[in-house]
Ligand binder design. Structure first.
Ligand SMILES: Nc1ncnc2c1ncn2[C@@H]1O[C@H](COP(=O)(O)OP(=O)(O)OP(=O)(O)O)[C@@H](O)[C@H]1O
Ligand SMILES: [Mg+2]
Length: 242
């Protein structure tokens, strides 16, 4: 087992790394709401810090770790990468996947937990506002997400509004600047993902009857475009027009 980290919490070393994450005893884990994901994600509490552990391939864990660190340097609202655990072996000497460790984002909720009861349309609006603002900020910094969705976002209640944070950077890329094409590609993915997520909510009878998935998607794209235009619009005034 090999742990890579800027500052290792020694308590992390004592976790049962030779056991697949799925089989970790409950005594090591804390039950907190989590979103739907392909990878196994578990939360552990060590001293007073809660960490999120995600089992994934080494290359992916490293890419995500580097991206999250880069986002942290520019103060971008995302989960904070703590360490990567590589070269794990089980008790029979068979290799196990790597683990990406992030700090659990306190007071955050995955959207599925927000929808544990039906949201009023205006609460849904505030959620979409937060997500649109996150993506505008992301695109301004040159980050293309590649997988914008409600499940890859965490929400914190922030006075009357919501604040959105990026949780899954696996598919992201940081560029000096995004082209129009890169931006619209990200927005197309957002359309598909959010539409699918709304259909899932509808099937689970968690979507308010006044909310139409197609309208939600058009709405969030419109919010994004409006905000993008507002922050990037540059007025050109010819000198003799003064
Ligand atoms: N640092 C964290 N703080 C709070 N929750 C977290 C954190 N890391 C992961 N989670 C929870 O675990 C869920 C799954 O994480 P993540 O999206 O990174 O997994 P994934 O398997 O890569 O997802 P996908 O299926 O989109 O590839 C998130 O939706 C979130 O609820
Ligand atoms: Mg995810």
């Amino acid at each position: 087992m090999r742990i890579t980290s800027a500052l290792v919490d020694p308590a992390l070393l004592d976790l049962p790394w030779s056991v697949p994450l799925e089989e970790w005893p409950a005594s090591h884990l804390v039950a907190l709401p989590q979103g739907i994901s392909r990878h196994i994600v578990r939360f552990v509490k060590l001293n007073d810090t809660v960490y999120a552990l995600k089992e994934t391939r080494e290359r992916i864990a490293e890419k995500e770790y580097d991206l999250l660190r880069a986002l942290e340097r520019i103060d971008f609202p995302a989960v904070e990468a703590v360490a990567i655990v590589n070269d794990r072996l089980d008790d029979a000497g068979e290799p196990l996947e790597s683990v990406l460790i992030t700090r659990h984002l306190q007071f955050s909720l995955p959207y599925r937990a927000l929808f544990s009861h039906m949201l009023r349309p205006e609460t849904m609006n505030r959620l979409l506002d937060a997500l649109a603002a996150l993506i505008v900020r992301m695109h301004l910094t040159g980050f293309s997400w590649g997988d914008c969705s409600l499940s890859n976002t965490l929400f914190r209640r922030d006075a009357g509004a919501f604040a959105a944070y990026l949780v899954d950077a696996e598919t992201g890329n940081l560029y000096p600047k995004l082209s129009e094409g890169q931006r619209s590609e990200d927005i197309e993915i957002l359309r598909l993902n959010i539409f699918g997520e709304c259909l899932d909510l509808e099937a689970a009878e968690l979507l308010h009857e006044a909310i139409d998935p197609e309208a939600v998607v058009d709405d969030i794209v419109a919010r994004y475009e409006r905000l993008w235009h507002e922050v990037t619009y540059e007025q050109e005034v010819p000198r003799d027009a003064r």
